[in-house]
Design a protein. Structure first.
Length: 93
């Protein structure tokens, strides 16, 4: 839900979307994105997608997507290849 906060002639929209919870002891975010979220993103994009496209679909930061995709690649579920300045991911199944 967005909340508008008027500031004179301009209004700022505050994004209050669903955010992962924080660990009370460490202060770190505890939310995780499932492997299926990333695999579904690749499927939706036609079987091959760039890190940014996957991040947009999953709803996470580019860096988060990159790190999770690397973990998923180590599990053997996806493979990557560099095309120009883009890293493309595809399912290995």
């Amino acid at each position: 839900m967005a909340v508008k906060i008027p500031l004179g002639l301009i209004s700022v929209v505050e994004n209050r979307g669903i955010m992962p919870g924080r660990d009370e002891e460490t202060g770190r975010y505890t939310g995780q994105y499932s492997t299926d979220d990333f695999l579904n993103a690749i499927n939706i994009k036609g079987g091959m997608a760039g890190t940014g496209e996957i991040a947009d679909y999953v709803g996470c930061a580019h860096d988060t997507a990159y790190k999770r995709l690397q973990e998923i690649e180590e599990e053997g579920l996806v493979s990557s290849r560099k095309v120009g300045n883009t890293l493309l991911w595809e399912k290995t199944e």
